[in-house]
Design a protein around this ligand. Sequence first.
Ligand SMILES: Cc1cc2nc3c(=O)[nH]c(=O)nc-3n(C[C@H](O)[C@H](O)[C@H](O)COP(=O)(O)O)c2cc1C
Length: 353
Amino acid sequence: MEDVLNATGRSARYLRCGNFMENFLWQVEPILQQGRFFYPFPGDFPIPMVATHNIGVVAAQWLLQQDWSGQEGIGVDEPEDLSLNQVAVQMSEAINQTVRFQPVSPEAYTESMLQHGASPAYAPGLLDMFAEVAAGIYHAEAGCKLGKLVTSYKGYAFTAMHKTSQIIRILAISGSLRRVSSNTALLQAAIALAPATVEIKLYDGLGSLPHFNPDLEPTEPLSVTDLRTQIRWADGLLISTPEYAHGVPGVLKNALDWLVSGSEFIGKPIALLNASPRATYAQSSLTEIVTVMTGRIVLEASITVPLLGRNIDIDGIVADLELSQALQRAVMTFVDAIYQFQTEAAFSDEPLR
Ligand SMILES: Cc1cc2nc3c(=O)[nH]c(=O)nc-3n(C[C@H](O)[C@H](O)[C@H](O)COP(=O)(O)O)c2cc1C
C-alpha cells in the first residue's frame, strides 16, 4: 500500500501502528465474567501496543505541520512493548479483579471468532497477523518508535472496562421537604428510569440536619457525618430544588454549608434539575454556590422539566414519554460526563508528552 501511494510522488507519512489496545475489547465478557482472555499466542512475547486515541493525537500533530514534505513511515507505539501476561496484570489492577491470559490453539481461536460473527476470510487473516507478530515482522523499525506516547494498559483498561463493569452511583438531593414535592417526584422518577448500571439513591436527611454552626464542626452530629458519608459514596450529585423568594431553600443551603469545609464535595460532578421553568434565580444562585465549592456542573445534563402546576407524581412522569425521555437523556448524559471525569483522573498522572 505504501509503495502504491509513494508511486504517486505525493508527500505522505505512514503511521505504522502497534497492536491496538482496543483489540482486547471483544473479549470483555470473558475478562469480566471468567477473569480470562484468550489468544493463539505465547504469553511472554512482548508486543508493540498503541491506544488508538494516541494514533489520532500523532496524526493531528503531523497534519498541522504544513511545511513538511517527503515520504516516510513511522512507528506509532507506546514506549513499552507488553506481553499478554503483562497485559493481564495491568488489566487486573485496573478493574481490581484477577485476570489471566490463556493461550489457545489457532483452531479454537478461529472457532470462537466465527461464533462471534467474524467472516471465514477475516479469521485466518488475523491468525496470519499473530504469526507475523510472533516472527517480529510487525515490530516498527528500530529508530522509528516515537517512545513518547504514554497510555499504560492500566489506564486504558480503566477506560474500556470501567464502563462495562462499574456501577455509577448518584446521590439525588431534593431541596423541598414537602410530602408531595414535584422536585422529589422528579428525582424518584429518575431513580425509576435509571438503567441497571446506574444506582441513584435519594438522600432523605435534609430535614434532620442541625443549623450549620462552625462551632459544632469538631464534634459534629451524626446526621452531618451521615451526609458526608453519602456524598463520598456518590460518583455524582443530582440536585433538584424549588425556588423560595428568588433563592435557594434554606434547608438545602444549610446542607451545603456543612460541606464547605470538608473534602467529600471537592470536584464532585453535579447535575442540576429544575422542576419549574419560572425558578431561574434559585438555579443561578445554586450554580454559583456549588461552583465556588468546586463542584463540576454538567450543563448538558442540567435540564428544566416543566412540572409546575401539573400535579404530576412519579408514575405520571414515568408514563409521560416526553418527560421520561428527557429525564433519561439527562441521566445518561450525566453518567457519560462522570465516566469522562473519572477517565481523565485515571490518566492525569500520565499526560501525553
Ligand atoms: C415560601 C415560598 C416561596 C416561593 N417563592 C418562589 C419564587 O420566588 N419563585 C418561584 O418561581 N416560585 C416560588 N415558589 C413556588 C415554588 O417554587 C413551587 O411551588 C415549587 O414547585 C415547589 O416545589 P416542590 O413541589 O418540590 O415543593 C415559592 C413557594 C413557597 C412555598
